[in-house]
Design a protein. Structure first.
Length: 255
């Protein structure tokens, strides 16, 4: 039975794009915390994740806070923001992830992490980044085996790259996607009532006509890609001036 769960990471752990109905975001970490709390009758939960954070910043800024909270359950999910940077060093990212996992494991926590889905089925323009994602996933498998953390190999399942589980920005899961990730984590730790249904493919999608595809690509470029490029060209991040949404452990509401 776990008493305290602390999540560290970037926007995916923060919960984008899974609206909570109150102007914020829910996300797989919130959903997983609720599943654990319901299974055992209660749980304290803190979420330190902030969108836009690279792995190095997560290690420097969030890990000390997480260790101070003394969790016995933790998730460490990071790396996508590093993959998107012009300069990407997989060894450095893997070393930072390993250091976070090891520090939490050595303090007595059950530590979970997961690999990244193939981005190309969701975002075809990301094809040049596929090699980086594959290299990072391979490194995550290696370091997790060494640190004693537990790996959910999400990237090995094709359903994780089904566009219907991703939001309009193609960088974050939608509510259905976050629900699947939470279910996968519940299954990974063996929560009562969990199973492998999260990994089953969705029904075949109807084939889209070429004009529809072109319109969708143009709309995505205008709404999401160009603003993202603009921010990064000016050295800005979506996480600037933001703080963690749940910085202290609070009991999970079972209502």
């Amino acid at each position: 039975m776990w008493k305290r769960y602390v999540a560290v990471g970037d926007s995916t752990t923060e919960g984008l794009d899974d609206p909570d109905g109150a102007g914020g975001y829910r996300g797989w970490a919130d959903r997983f915390a609720l599943a654990v709390a319901r299974a055992q009758g209660g749980l304290e939960y803190a979420n330190l994740a902030i969108r836009g954070r690279t792995t190095g910043r997560i290690r420097a800024e969030q890990l000390p806070v997480a260790l101070g909270l003394a969790p016995d359950l933790a998730t460490v999910v990071a790396g996508m923001n590093d993959v998107l940077r012009p300069s990407f060093h997989v060894e450095r990212v893997a070393a930072d992830v390993a250091a976070m996992q090891r520090a939490l494991v050595e303090q007595g926590a059950t530590v979970l992490t997961f690999t990244l889905p193939d981005p190309v089925p969701v975002m075809p323009v990301a094809r040049p980044l596929r090699g980086r994602v594959l290299a990072l996933n391979a490194a995550l498998r290696t370091v997790t085996a060494q640190t004693g953390a537990t790996l959910l190999d999400l990237g090995a399942h094709a359903v994780a790259s089904d566009p219907r589980l991703w939001s309009d920005d193609r960088l974050h899961a939608n509510s259905a996607g976050h629900e699947r990730i939470a279910a996968a984590l519940a299954h990974t730790v063996g929560l009562p009532g969990s199973d492998d249904s999260w990994s089953r493919p969705l029904a075949a999608a109807p084939r889209r006509r070429r004009p529809e595809v072109i319109r969708a690509e143009l709309a995505w470029t205008r709404r999401h890609l160009l603003p993202w490029l603009g921010r990064h060209l000016h050295g800005r991040s979506s996480g600037d001036e933001r703080v963690a949404k749940r910085p202290v452990p609070l009991p999970v509401d079972l209502g």
